[in-house]
Design a protein around this ligand. Structure first.
Ligand SMILES: Cc1cc2nc3c(=O)[nH]c(=O)nc-3n(C[C@H](O)[C@H](O)[C@H](O)COP(=O)(O)O)c2cc1C
Ligand code: SF4
Ligand code: SF4
Length: 260
């Protein structure tokens, strides 16, 4: 196979990255080819217009935000070009629902000149919780991701380039209306290490004064989950109520869904 693999992901808390890397590593070891990893999580990585040659298979993984592709990725995706190469969109959601996110990704990639060859919806620990889908993706999810990659590889090797039918509805569900901005609080436990500023996908945490957080917070919880001393958290009642609702209604384990 003269196929190359690029694994592209946006992944503030790392669950989309874990699935993407598993798929990328299985594909590249099967095809004995190199693979590239492109991390779109930091703002500077989303500026460049990415263009992929036809021999490149692009695995694109992202978290589901309110049943959609995160809105902040749209400018970058609108500039990304596929030149007829294949793409494999993968959404990772927090055990509630992925609604139109995967169909939206497929639509955006197709518009960018990719041939969508397969798609998958996986489950990751919910950004806003440590209980909902705790520890996922787990061993079972990774086994499924590996088997999925093998199945996609076989489809490609057989010369089958058919598009999968992916779950989702048109028109896509409404995005959340913008309200009062969210902002995590920083407790006295903060040591000033600056890690939260480095991992924030919006670049809005002041590295010199990490308790200063600008506007544009996604509530992605990268800062909350990565802080080594648990000094960042959300105290906003909207988040606390949502977390409570999620942890009450969506605890039953969901399983990955694959479209090949
Ligand atoms: C703003 C926001 C909206 C989210 N919306 C959904 C959703 O609609 N359905 C769902 O199941 N999970 C939702 N999640 C959870 C994430 O999709 C999930 O935790 C994912 O694994 C995070 O990916 P990451 O680790 O790559 O950041 C949301 C998370 C955030 C921060
Ligand atoms: S990661 Fe935590 S300890 Fe480090 S600067 Fe941020 S809030 Fe403070
Ligand atoms: S400040 Fe907001 S956008 Fe930045 S890492 Fe924290 S939760 Fe994510």
């Amino acid at each position: 196979m003269n196929q190359k693999v690029t694994v592209l992901y946006f992944s503030p808390t790392g669950t989309s990255r874990t699935i993407a890397l598993k798929i990328g590593s299985v594909l590249s070891s099967r095809w004995k080819c190199d693979w590239k990893e492109v991390d779109l999580t930091r703002p500077e990585a989303r500026v460049k217009p990415y263009v992929f040659p036809p021999e490149e298979l692009v695995v694109f993984a992202f978290p589901v935000y309110a049943g959609r592709v995160p809105e902040l990725l749209l400018p970058m995706l609108s500039k990304m070009k596929g030149e007829g190469g294949m793409a494999l969109p993968v959404c990772v959601y927090g055990n509630r629902a992925y609604e139109d996110a995967l169909l939206e990704a497929k639509t955006l990639l197709t518009a960018g000149g990719f041939q969508v060859i397969a798609a998958g919806a996986f489950i990751g620990e919910h950004s806003l919780s440590v209980k909902l889908a705790a520890g996922r993706p787990d061993e079972s999810d990774l086994r499924i991701a590996g088997a999925f990659a093998e199945q996609v590889a076989k489809k490609i090797e057989s010369g089958d380039r058919s598009e999968p039918v992916v779950k989702g509805n048109l028109p896509f569900r409404e995005r959340m209306p913008a309200g009062e901005p969210f902002r995590p609080v920083t407790t006295e436990a903060c040591t000033g290490c600056g890690l939260c500023a480095k991992v924030c996908p919006m670049g809005i945490i002041d590295p010199e004064h990490p308790s200063r957080v600008g506007e544009g917070c996604l509530c992605c919880c990268a800062c909350v989950k990565r802080c080594p001393v648990h000094a960042k958290r959300f105290e906003d009642p909207r988040i606390l109520t949502l977390r409570q609702r999620l942890e009450t209604s969506f605890m039953d384990r969901k399983e990955p869904e694959l479209f090949v």
